[in-house]
Design a binder for this molecule. Structure first.
Ligand SMILES: NC(=O)c1ccc[n+]([C@@H]2O[C@H](COP(=O)([O-])OP(=O)(O)OC[C@H]3O[C@@H](n4cnc5c(N)ncnc54)[C@H](O)[C@@H]3O)[C@@H](O)[C@H]2O)c1
Ligand SMILES: [Zn+2]
Ligand SMILES: [Zn+2]
Length: 394
């Protein structure tokens, strides 16, 4: 089959690889019909090379059709249309039952002290082949796959794999008080969807920050007040001015570790990304730093006693944080990967409505064949050609 394969920093290719098959009794194999490219894939593309192995298959946002199931699988049948959550979880351990499939005790990658295994995501998360491919083997298929109705195009349901639950959890964790204001930093697919979910869930005022004109325009079009990071000296002051000097009640950071405007962190990441893997790995694991501009802005502007919700991924082990400000302002911080299955029942009603309140049908800016994945990665990273969300369609 064809698959998007990681070869090195900014080097992904479409290779011919062996078809996956059933390996465990509780596996399924699906034929992928669409799979998104995520901002998290861009981290693998750029800075997490030390944890990748040449040949790894990328992708963790698939929808497709069940081809085959193992003998222990009774919840799925060949022909079912399914969305596959990006985290792999068993559904019956203590953590899964608690609603934290990201911490699944069956699939935890203990060798590296990490939580649940993920599709298409570094050896820290189990090196499980991903879904930007013709076919995908789905471990723990008794729990993960979400069966969705036939009929609507893939766009309607594919974001249940990652974007929607990530945004839903970010908004939940942001705990915006009634009549409160939510600030969303970053208006990539995740931040954009956070703003949509927040509006859908009744948050009356959403302010969004980014520096890409098309992304600002997209959010503005859906009722978000937008602030351009570029073109003025003091974004924090501008946001305070918009919120009576007090600051927003809640802030979602949907930027993560590659934030624009963090020169020291950028240098450290660039150095780590060109070191040989055996050297880079311990450096990144023990001393690695993130580009923290967005998180620092969040800490600066959130109102006293407010909440910061981190959806953006961080991976540093030695990040300098202003503990005095966090403590003095009594800031609450919540974060983590999305517990996909935990939020599906909350989200599905919005997807089954004819009027598409979250605008998922038109969320993708690009739907392209798998064969052009290398160019699609580059365009998404460089934000060229108005690229916000790409669906690869094998
Ligand atoms: N928690 C989860 O489970 C989960 C799931 C999916 C994605 N993510 C993470 O969410 C983040 C965003 O993902 P995405 O798909 O939207 O990717 P993206 O890279 O397209 O989005 C990031 C956006 O932030 C903007 N930005 C950069 N620096 C900024 C700054 N200093 N201030 C404000 N905006 C800034 C960029 O212009 C871009 O639009 C990534 O870190 C990704 O890994 C987390
Ligand atoms: Zn993702
Ligand atoms: Zn579990």
């Amino acid at each position: 089959m064809k698959a998007v394969v990681w070869h090195g920093k900014r080097d992904v290719r479409v290779d011919t690889v062996p078809d996956p098959g059933i390996e465990e009794p509780n596996d399924a194999v699906i034929r992928v019909t669409s799979c998104g490219i995520c901002g998290s894939d861009l981290h693998l593309y750029e800075v997490f090379g030390a944890f990748m192995t040449e040949g790894d298959i990328l992708g963790h946002e698939p929808i497709g059709i069940v081809e085959e199931v193992g003998p222990a699988i009774t919840n799925l049948r060949p022909g079912d249309r399914v969305v596959i959550p990006f985290n792999i979880a068993c559904g019956h351990c203590y953590m899964c039952v608690t609603g934290l499939p990201t911490q699944c005790e069956t699939t935890q990658v203990r060798e590296y002290g990490k939580g649940a295994a993920l599709f298409g995501y570094t050896r820290l998360y189990g090196r499980v082949p991903g879904g930007q491919a013709d076919y995908l083997r789905v471990p723990q298929a008794q729990f993960g796959p979400i069966v969705v109705p036939e009929g609507p195009p893939d766009d309607r349901f594919v974001y249940l794999s990652d974007v929607l639950p990530t945004a839903w959890q970010a908004v939940e964790y942001a705990a915006v008080p009634p009549d409160g204001t939510l600030l969303v930093l970053g208006l990539g697919p995740i931040g954009d969807m956070c703003a949509r979910v927040a509006r859908y869930r009744g948050v009356s005022r959403v302010i969004g920050v980014d520096l890409v004109p098309e992304r600002l325009a997209r959010a503005r079009h859906r009722g978000v007040e937008v602030v351009d990071l570029i073109g003025h000296d003091d974004t924090a002051e501008m946001i305070r001015d918009l919120t009576r000097g007090r600051g927003p009640d809640s802030v979602i950071d949907a930027v993560g570790l590659e934030a624009h405007g963090s020169p020291v962190g950028k240098l450290a990441q660039q150095v780590a990304s060109v070191l040989p893997d055996p050297v880079a790995r311990p450096v990144t694991e023990k001393a690695g730093v993130d580009r923290l501009a967005a998180l620092h802005l969040a800490i600066d502007v959130v109102r006293r006693g407010g909440t910061i919700s981190l959806a953006g991924v961080y991976g540093g082990m030695a990040d300098p944080l202003p503990m005095m400000v966090l403590f003095d302002k009594q800031i609450q911080v919540r974060m983590g990967q999305a517990n996909v299955r935990r939020w599906v029942d909350d989200i599905l009603p919005a997807l089954l409505r004819d009027d598409d309140p979250l605008g998922v049908d038109t969320f993708a800016t690009h739907r392209v064949p798998l064969s052009v994945a290398p160019a699609a990665y580059e365009d998404f990273q460089q934000k060229k050609d108005g690229t916000v969300k790409v669906l690869l369609q094998p």
